[in-house]
Design a protein around this ligand. Sequence first.
Ligand code: DGJ
Length: 465
Amino acid sequence: MRMRNKYRKSTTLRCNAGSRCSLPVLVWTLVGFLLMLHLYTLISQNSIPNKDIRNGISQNPLLRELEEVEEENLQMPPPRKRSPRAAKRKPKKATTLIDEFLDESSQIRHIFFPSIKMAVDPMKDAGNDSLYYYPGRIWLDTEGNPIQAHGGGILYDERSGTYYWYGEYKDGPTYHAHKKGAARVDVIGVGCYSSKDLWTWKNEGIVLAAEEENETHDLHKSNVLERPKVIYNDNTKKYVMWMHIDDTNYTKASIGVAISDSPTGPFDYLYSKRPHGFDSRDMTIFKDDDGVAYLIYSSEDNSELHVGPLDRDYLNVTPVVRRILVGQHREAPALFKHDGTYYMITSGCTGWAPNEALAHAAESIMGPWETMGNPCIGGNKIFRQTTFFAQSTFVLPLPGFKGSFIFMADRWNPADLRDSRYVWLPMTVGGAADQPFDYSFGFPLWSRVSIYWHKRWRLPGRGSG
Ligand code: DGJ
């Protein structure tokens, strides 16, 4: 006799009007619905105005030129001749293009670090070359000196209608404090340059200077001052600078804060601390539309990022903090916002050597953040795998061109850090992202971030042709 199990749950459910439908039917209906929704999302993503932005088919003719990427034919140079004795002593390892990039005596060094003869000189480059950016070339200020604003960021000052570019002033000798320590330049200070057109930059001097004598001071030349960023506080009417402060061995891992009444300084240095009690290395600050500003920093030995709001005066963090991109080992954060969504470009952690950039997106700046993949387009594979041999530092929105930005990066020269170059490239947000995200079950929730490689380019709407 068959026993009836009174605890066995029935797999049939009652549907409407007393008809019966089984659980598998319901599950399959749900799966079908989700698939249809997914298809619909994909189709609607592809029918927005910026449609095939990856393939250079923007609706805006002024932007189209920027999305037509250029290819680079970069070949490994032939192996150098070595004497049989040298070859026997130390067999030569196969080198990569990154090794070539890092090798001061590489035969193809001029490709990564073009000579001063190729410098961009806005005071002389008139006519055909006017307003063109040449990523990787030396860029001269209005006095004819190479711009010193590494690891920098830009503040648009609404009161004066002027852009201010702040960055590490590294015009000193590069050396190693210890045999195995990273290449370094003594702290000189934070350089500031002003511009109305984002191409011609006037040197406004060192707005926060190093401390020469007092060895216990955070800004003593033997320490580290990196990635300074400045924002304006509408409540206090002060310009507030945040920066990474460290000791020679990067064990202090702190932030530093300075303020000024004027964008051109001088800035008064206030203090350093470990934000929220955590180690903090590469960092940036971001001022949101509602005036709330945030600090974003690499922490837990660079294994994750932290994000938290600043107080009303922007002089301190608040107790609120979130861990994001946990275990992803990212640094060099550059944050921006488009259409209510937050985006961020980060790099991997390989010292001064270049590596692959990743784009991330979030609905709330406090997270969760999702990783969308490599935003670099064009050049060639190694260009894309190395962020065009550079590292993110800042993203500047282009006023008048919604969804368009300037991606600012540093091409570090660890052999001579003062000769590090700037890689500025056009960047857009639009089109479907090319890989599913962690928490979206394959639904492309956000648009793709694309950074387009160009040997030479200029801002949309500039110039005649
Ligand atoms: C990578 C960071 O992004 C830079 O700002 C600098 O700290 C170097 N590491 C030092 O090796």
